[in-house]
Design a binder for this molecule. Structure first.
Ligand SMILES: Nc1nc2c(c(=O)[nH]1)N[C@H]1C(S)=C(S)[C@@H](COP(=O)(O)O)O[C@H]1N2
Ligand SMILES: [Mo]
Length: 441
């Protein structure tokens, strides 16, 4: 990469508005962007490494995907036994995301699964089968069970379940919000095996006062203080009774790896990942909305009415984030892929999911959203599994392209072009996914 090109990347990273003005030109005082042409087109072409066949369709005010991702400083590959080199975005607590192109498997292998910790994992269990967990509160008979009893005394079920962090997509918000700056990769779809929470709640006998759950894990607060709870979220009883909400013992056929919450964790598919308590030690059945750590303030909440982006916001105008919004990813090719000269067709693969809902369509565009074509979208392996899609697109000549993917859920809701409904902690950011590719001349 030449100095000039690097300068351009840096300019986009450090001062996207100025880069944008340089490339697209801006008439003084009007703030309206022209089309990419003249010196701007040359500079952009040099920076992205080729012609831009659909330059005239590039929308105003956006950072080319080639600069928006990958070029960012920061993420380092994870080095951990049993894990692939996913991207570390925070070391303590450990948080790591799976780049979209590493989510290309129908079922996400344990090695590639994202990691989200609020505290420090507990010491490895000396005897995993002796791991204890209890259900108490608004039940007739509190249960105390070991992992071994969960396996031997209750029916085991297996489902492929999509799970994503409530903050997945946070980095797409502008202005930046508090929290881990995830792309789309704080998500995965593994096969989980365990006991339906419903079966356990029926065994304990719910009182009529039971309306909410509260979840506790045995991880350690960053302060080291054993009295302090890292995170304790809960859900309405209806979600707890869904047949896909499970107290899991196995992940993709093996005992759940420690970093993913083994020996026992909850899996609450489709809702914010924080409900899926790892190292599960207790489920407290409540007679009111749970008030544990992560239930108040702006935590895991979105705005009821739009607020000024970057403003303070009013906590009373928030609602709990439950089902996650529709999202699609392109898992092949990777952002920044270079394709051999003469390439005129490109096979795409990806995944899409939509919280409690199914996805009815995924569309792709190669011309900045001017035209869209439908993809071949598979049915989910079971409810709450993500759906895989494939498509073949034509690339009319050599040059720089962006592939955009946009999913539509069963209710007709689509991913927006930019993250909407800004909220102080950045939940629910689900803009369409873009990858840059370069067809060599
Ligand atoms: N005990 C405990 N459970 C937890 C967390 C945690 O910090 N402690 N993080 C939650 C969050 S915010 C997410 S997104 C998922 C991530 O699960 P993973 O690390 O297996 O990907 O676990 C959830 N369960
Ligand atoms: Mo999360």
């Amino acid at each position: 990469m030449s100095l000039r090109e690097r300068g351009f990347f840096e300019l986009y990273r450090n001062d996207p508005e100025r880069a944008d003005a340089l490339v697209f030109g801006r008439r003084a005082g009007i703030g309206r962007r022209g089309f990419l042409q003249g010196a701007g087109l040359t500079a952009m072409g040099a920076a992205v490494g080729g012609l831009i066949p659909f330059a005239d369709r590039m929308p105003g005010g956006f950072i080319p995907a080639a600069f928006a991702q990958g070029a960012a400083a920061g993420p380092k590959p994870l080095k951990m036994d049993g894990k692939a080199e996913i991207m570390v975005i925070q070391e303590r607590p450990l948080n790591a995301e799976t780049p979209e192109h590493m989510l290309d498997d129908d079922v996400t292998p344990n090695a590639k699964y994202f990691i989200r910790n609020n505290g420090l994992p507990p010491d490895p269990a000396a005897d995993p089968k002796a791991w204890k967990f209890k259900i108490d509160g608004e039940v007739n008979t509190p249960l105390e069970l070991t992992a071994g009893e969960l396996e031997s005394r209750f029916t085991q079920v297996s489902y492929k379940l999509q799970l994503e962090c409530g903050g997945n997509g946070r980095s797409f918000f502008s202005p930046e919000t508090r929290g881990n700056q995830w792309g789309n990769g704080a998500a995965g779809c593994a096969e989980w095996t365990g006991v339906r929470l419903r079966d356990l709640l029926q065994a304990a006998g719910l009182k009529s006062s039971a309306i909410y759950t509260g979840h506790y894990g045995s991880d350690i607060h960053l302060s080291g203080n054993p009295q302090q709870v890292t995170i304790s979220r809960g859900m309405r009883i209806a979600k707890a009774m869904d047949e896909h909400t499970i107290v899991a013992l196995r992940m993709n056929g093996v005992p759940i790896p420690r970093i993913h919450g083994g020996p026992v964790r909850l899996v609450v598919p489709g809702w914010a990942g924080s409900l899926s308590a790892k190292w599960l030690s207790r489920i407290w059945i409540r007679d009111k909305e749970h008030d544990g750590s992560g239930m108040g303030g702006f935590s895991y909440r979105t705005m009821k009415t739009p607020m000024v982006p970057g403003g303070k916001g009013d906590e009373k105008d928030t609602q709990i984030l439950e089902s996650m919004p529709v999202r699609s990813i392109i898992s092949n090719p990777a952002n920044g892929a270079e394709l051999p000269d003469g390439t005129r067709q490109l096979n795409l693969r990806g995944a899409a999911w939509a919280g409690d809902k199914s996805v009815q369509a995924v569309h792709v565009s190669t011309d900045y959203g001017t035209s869209w074509q439908p993809t071949r979208l598979s049915a989910p392996a079971n409810r709450f599994a993500w759906q895989r899609w494939t498509a073949t697109v034509a690339l009319p000549s050599a040059g720089y392209y962006e592939i955009w993917a946009r999913a539509t859920d069963a209710d007709g809701k689509m991913q927006p072009h930019v993250a909407g409904n800004w909220n102080p902690q950045g939940y629910g950011g689900n803009p369409l996914h873009r990858v840059a590719v370069l067809v060599k001349a």
